[in-house]
Design a binder for this molecule. Structure first.
Ligand code: PHE
Length: 338
């Protein structure tokens, strides 16, 4: 029996050594160690042995099983190494890796987030309204009569339904006051649309940020203070801000705001950055009619509103000379803001 076991071991090691793949190796394992394998069959001969022989042969059987198992393991590792080496053939691990190009936020997004962050510190909450608007919310409620040039077909995108693409975010002033009682202090960033010829400073789609603050005693000084704070926080402490008298149908008095910033390599010049003013009593009257109550009666509340062009702010902040760069999505331009 000892010779038989020795023979099994030697046959097994030969078969394992000759196996050229996982499958052949597994077949060898089954042939020798499996339930019906040769070593298992040999073990069943134990019962016919004498008391003295049993432990000796038992030990031999164990040692043989151990040797075959070890050989199987060793061969499996060798086959795996071979497969790994073959997979790496022709691969030069010393070559530099391919660079990853992580994306970054669009400059307009960065600027919008920053503007919102500053205004939140002043107590403004976010508000929003639809981009497809009624004439009422875009014009009538904002004291802009039908004959006003902004309502001309040549200046505004109308739908057959009579609705239009909002020409400014001032629509959100109306939407907010219709649905919330005073006091309100909101900002509304969003897209606006006008039939403008495309050039370095005009696109038919652009972005504004509207602000509205209504309470019992809001004054021009509050407006100036808030916006001066805003532009200094945005562009730097040294930024100068000036208010020029202007006209908007929905504010009285109205102003345009210019800012003068110190940018390296540029002579400081005044740049128009926003329109603003005190909410016109005619707007409050329209809101009272629309709400069916007197909460916004012009004898009870006052307020200020402002609207700034976000594209404009981005152009100023980074010295971008052509607004079209903001929508062309050219990676050479965008990666500068990563
Ligand atoms: N809606 C005006 C515009 O688009 C800006 C503005 C907003 C003016 C609020 C005054 C108050 O030009």
């Amino acid at each position: 029996m000892k010779e038989e076991i020795a023979q099994i071991q030697s046959d097994a090691l030969t078969a394992i050594g000759a196996a050229s793949g996982e499958q052949e190796l597994d077949e060898a394992r089954i042939a020798f160690l499996g339930k019906k394998g040769r070593l298992t069959a040999a073990s069943s001969g134990m019962k016919d042995l004498s008391k003295e022989e049993k432990p000796v042969v038992g030990q031999l059987l164990n040692a043989t099983r151990g040797a075959i198992t070890e050989a199987l393991e060793g061969k499996r590792n060798a086959l795996q190494d071979e497969a790994d080496r073959a997979a790496l053939e022709g691969l030069d691990l010393t070559l530099p890796g391919r660079p990853l190009h992580p994306g970054s936020l669009h400059p307009l997004t960065q600027l919008g987030d920053r503007a919102i962050g500053i205004l939140r510190r002043l107590g403004f909450a976010l508000a929003e309204g639809p981009e497809i608007e009624t004439e009422f919310h875009c014009f009538d409620a904002l004291n802009t009569p039908p004959e006003h040039p902004a309502r001309n077909e040549k200046d505004t995108f109308y739908f057959d339904s009579g609705k239009l693409l909002r020409t400014h975010t001032s629509t959100v002033q109306i939407r907010t006051m219709e649905t919330q009682p005073p006091p309100v202090r909101v900002i509304a960033p969003g897209s606006c649309y006008r039939r403008d010829e495309v050039d370095k400073t005009h696109l038919p789609v652009f972005n504004q940020l509207e602000g509205l603050y209504v309470d019992t005693d809001v004054q021009v000084g509050d407006l100036k203070g808030a916006l001066e704070f805003f532009y200094r926080a945005m562009f730097g402490e040294e930024t100068e801000v000036r208010f020029r008298p202007h006209f908007f149908p929905f504010t009285e008095p109205s102003f345009e705001i210019d800012a003068r910033l110190r940018l390296e390599g540029h002579d400081p010049e005044w740049i128009e950055v926003a329109g603003c003013g005190m909410v016109d009593p005619a707007v409050f009257e329209e809101i009272c009619k629309s709400r069916g109550d007197e909460l916004y009666h012009p004898d009870k509340v006052t307020g200020y509103a402002f609207g700034m062009g976000l594209d404009r702010l981005a152009m100023i902040k980074w010295g971008i000379k052509d607004i079209r760069l903001l929508i062309e999505n050219d990676a050479r331009f965008l990666t500068q803001f990563a």
